[in-house]
Write a protein that binds this ligand. Structure first.
Ligand code: T46
Length: 129
């Protein structure tokens, strides 16, 4: 789901403010950003048991493939005023990063390797019950 953020703009430029439980629909426990990616490289290839995240391409562009075990969808992120909400139990792959891409991620949980599902067949078993 794409969330369109409110842009505060004036003659000086633009400003976007993100707040938990408002523009971001969960408590923000962690922020990280991904940059300096090679264009031919894809990242992700996992889902999370619990984690919800909002991804914002604050500079440049990239594509995100989302898969809930039934449907797949490709989302192009290329606007700093658009956030992509990824809920739990969604397989994601990020690719086609522009050289200048900076992907900011707001996360609902602290980093926990045990929350990752890195095996696609295991992911399918979990979502299909
Ligand atoms: C996700 C997508 C969108 C940490 O130490 N702390 C952190 O908070 C994170 C996110 C990563 N790391 C370490 C773990 C690895 O040694 O950074 C290294 C690269 O992480 P990873 O291979 O998981 O990166 P991506 O780009 O495949 O996935 C990341 C997030 O991990 C993941 O939750 O949804 O971005």
């Amino acid at each position: 789901m794409i969330i369109e953020f409110c842009v505060h703009g004036d003659q000086r430029g633009k400003l976007i403010s993100l707040e938990e439980y408002s523009s971001i629909p969960f408590r923000i426990k962690r922020v990280y950003y991904i940059y300096g990616n090679k264009q031919s490289i894809a990242r992700g290839f996992h889902a999370h048991y619990k984690l919800k995240q909002v991804l914002v391409c604050v500079n440049g562009s990239c594509k995100i493939k989302l898969d809930n075990g039934i449907n797949t969808e490709i989302v192009s992120l290329e606007r700093p005023d658009y956030g992509l909400l990824i809920n739990e139990l969604v397989w994601r792959e990020m690719y086609d990063f522009s050289e200048d891409a900076v992907l900011l991620v707001l996360a609902s949980e602290l980093y926990d390797e045990n929350d990752y599902i890195r095996d696609y067949d295991k992911f399918l078993k979990i979502v299909k019950g």
